[in-house]
Design a protein around this ligand. Sequence first.
Ligand code: FDA
Length: 402
Amino acid sequence: MSAAGTTTEGPTVDVLIIGGGAAGLMCAISAGQLGKRVLVIEHANRVGKKILMSGGGRCNFTNTGASPANYLSANPHFCKSALARYTPAHFIELVERHRIAYHEKELGQLFCDESSKLIVKMLLDECAAVGARVETSCSIERVVHGDSGLFHLHTSRGVFTAPALVVASGGLSIPSMGASGLGYELARQFGHHVLPTRAGLVPLTLSGKHQERLQDLSGVAFPVEAHCNRKAFHNYLLITHRGISGPAILQISSFWQPGDDLRLDLLPGLDALETLQRLRHERPAAELKTVLGDLLPKRFAQRLCEHWLPNRPMKQFNEPQLREAAALLASFPLVASGTEGYRTAEVTLGGVDTDGVSSSTMMSKQVPGLYFIGEVVDVTGWLGGYNFQWAWASGHAAGVAA
Ligand code: FDA
């Protein structure tokens, strides 16, 4: 087979995959295992860049509790079939077969003990074992769907042809890691509807008074329960130079849009009123900022009492005043001005409308042989290994079908 196939020579391979990320590589392995000739086209100089940078370099490769409830999509049922057929246990079996040591951090999140590099190596070893080829630094110029039903991929390395084309080019987040909008463009080219995209799992920015009052506390972190649009996440909040981040905020950011009401329970797990009543009883002479300083980072407690709460000895709070303070602590209204955008977002919400794609095979309902998998599809997981699990599961579904 020549490296550069031509339109007249017939198919170069059985399955062409655009994008050598998590979904594309898994698809290549699954198709290769069934004896298909596979070629992955990656425009970056190496595959799996997001895997490498994920989980702080240790790749949170799955979540043992992954279920359809952990995903956002215009059609919440769409992800069910693929997730049921390729489960976290399947990926864990693969990881164990490659003797990659891992551990559970919290909430079912599995991380490599050593390095994300091992996950990329595992995927490439599996590709090699089934003869799936990977071309890196290969840019795609255009895709033509011939009369014969074959897809012709015009690239910087020539034209590659196949009866099956899998779009696994990911979302828009972190352009410096190779993200591009090609998947959405191809979807539109082939008549698919693309839902509006926006950054998800992303730090939120503050402006005006909120930013002025919190900016110099950058680096301060503490547990909160973040609430927005009837969703709540209990985890850490981190104050940043530009706003707020940390797992609780990244999670809720996927449910937040400009103008939406965002509330923080600053004393998660505690009844704020009962706590303040108890403290008034136990430490009547202590000031509010002092007693709050035992429950929250001291500097943050002090800032709260400078700008949002009256600071005075606990015994000087009457019942209505205590109730007012408790209400603010239990439901602190934070006015976010926006997100940090795709530059730092972990994922892209929205994308190829699942209405046009088969949930069992990931194949286009209007163009036979065309598949969409991974993040380019309108399925987005929570923080915690869910996005890779979707990439593995949707990649597997297309790989066995293509
Ligand atoms: P992915 O982005 O992995 O791959 C797409 C590939 O297509 C890339 O290699 C890209 O270069 C290539 N491509 C794009 N345009 C192309 C073009 N025009 N031509 C050819 N190739 C093209 N998830 C999780 O579950 N656990 C975690 O720990 C993390 N951590 C994390 C950290 C950070 C910093 C980010 C940005 C993201 C995460 N994620 C995560 C999310 C996870 O990385 C993401 O959901 C998956 O990588 C999506 O897999 P895909 O294969 O769909 O896209």
